[in-house]
Ligand binder design. Structure first.
Ligand code: NAD
Ligand code: UD1
Length: 337
């Protein structure tokens, strides 16, 4: 299929391009490089030996989208382009709604004009909010507690209403749990611009000597070791979920959410211990207060993705930490070298 990938130069997008091309899909990227560098696509091109059509532009730019739709004529769109920092979303709510909600709306207008009726959307487990029960399944109530989470839920609702009003349209809403890890080549990985907000890139920067110590946000949660538990998912498994979603969208219609996780919770201490195994040295930690807005634990029931998308995660925790270490140690300054 011809697949337009918005935000394709980003962390998850770049890994997904490789998996799409490996399955014979033709790809085109639209990215404004607000959180990426063109070096990413050079690396994806050399890893795949394949052709990537690419456009520099903003997903809120209707004229640019019309141009891309006319030139490339996509049969499906994977919509990664968006903002993802929870803390920043509270400080800049209008910016977050503009990019994440208006960006999705502008894209849908352009798709409708061009007759493209399949979209795979990057959503997040954060749409569920405080757990009523665990593991979360897709029927769990949605009650996001941040602007970021609400922007994702609003976009899901817009996509759902669009499919209801558009015959034969499909929206696959992928609710990612905690993406981590890097490509086996160590050429692609997560490259946060500032101080990492998330656990795994922070640990990796401690291991490589860029940060002194990891602060563990809370040791008094109601979990086996007192630290927060999450469902970490290898980025290559996540990328493959998008390929499975493209196959599903070929025949399915309507909007459907899918949890994408492993179902296996790991604590902060588990992650530190696994990273120490991967890099062969101790990771300095210090106990800190709980981070505002954090929950004790979360994990996915990904049964629906297993059955309906035919997708399952195959990478374990050691594969997640080993690939992160390989990427970080070979690219201590990310894509800058
Ligand atoms: P990322 O920042 O690495 O990738 C996003 C890409 O979109 C970047 O290349 C960026 O330059 C581009 N972009 C941003 N705004 C744009 C705009 N207005 N127009 C065009 N391009 C734009 O992030 P990621 O981790 O790869 O996440 C991809 C998507 O998945 C995002 O929508 C994010 O909200 C969602 N998501 C991410 C996580 C996570 O932990 N990484 C979890 C759940 C959901
Ligand atoms: C966070 C976002 C979530 C987003 C996800 C993307 C919040 C509240 N939630 O999830 O919306 O979809 O990132 O991956 O920001 N931790 C530390 N020290 C650190 C960093 C994290 O102890 O320096 C702990 C956290 O308290 C948590 C765990 O590590 O228990 C994972 O944190 P993180 O990687 O930030 O992910 P989430 O909080 O699950």
């Amino acid at each position: 299929m011809r697949v337009l990938v918005t935000g394709g130069a980003g962390y998850i997008g770049s890994h997904t391009l490789l998996e799409l091309m490996a399955q014979g899909h033709e790809v085109c990227v639209l990215d404004n490089y607000s959180n990426a560098t063109p070096e990413v696509l050079s690396r994806v091109r050399s890893l795949s030996n394949g052709v990537i059509h690419d456009y520099v532009g903003d997903v809120r730019d209707a004229d640019k989208l019309d141009e891309v739709m006319q030139d490339f004529q996509p049969e499906a769109v994977i919509h990664f382009a968006g903002l993802k920092a929870v803390g920043e979303s509270t400080e800049k709510p209008l910016y977050y709604y503009d990019v994440n909600v208006r960006g999705t709306l502008t894209l849908l207008h352009a798709m409708t004009k061009a007759g493209c009726k399949r979209i795979i959307f990057s959503s997040s487990a954060t749409v569920y909010g405080e757990p009523v029960y665990l593991p979360y399944d897709e029927a769990h109530p949605t009650n996001p507690t941040s602007v970021y989470g609400r922007s994702k839920l609003i976009a899901e609702q817009i996509l759902t209403d669009w499919t209801a009003a558009t015959p034969d349209a499909t929206a696959v809403l992928l609710r990612y749990f905690n993406p981590v890890g890097a490509h086996a080549s160590a050429q692609l990985g997560e490259d946060p611009k500032d101080i990492p907000n998330n656990l795994m890139p922070f640990i990796a920067q401690v291991a490589v000597g860029k940060r002194d110590a990891l602060q563990i946000f809370g040791g008094d949660y109601d979990t086996p070791d007192g630290t927060g538990q999450r469902d970490y998912i290898h980025v290559v498994d996540l990328a493959r979920a998008h390929v499975a979603a493209i196959d599903y969208a070929e025949t399915a219609t309507g909007a459907r959410p899918f949890n994408i996780g492993t179902g296996q919770p790991y604590s902060v201490r588990d992650m530190v211990a696994a990273f120490e195994r991967a890099c062969g040295k101790p990771i300095a930690t210090k106990m800190a207060a709980r981070r505002a807005g954090d929950i004790a634990a979360m994990q996915a029931d990904s049964g629906r993705a297993n059955t309906e998308l035919g997708w399952t995660a195959t990478h374990d925790l050691d594969a997640m930490t080993a690939s992160t270490w390989a990427w970080q140690s070979k690219n201590p300054n990310g894509y800058e070298g």
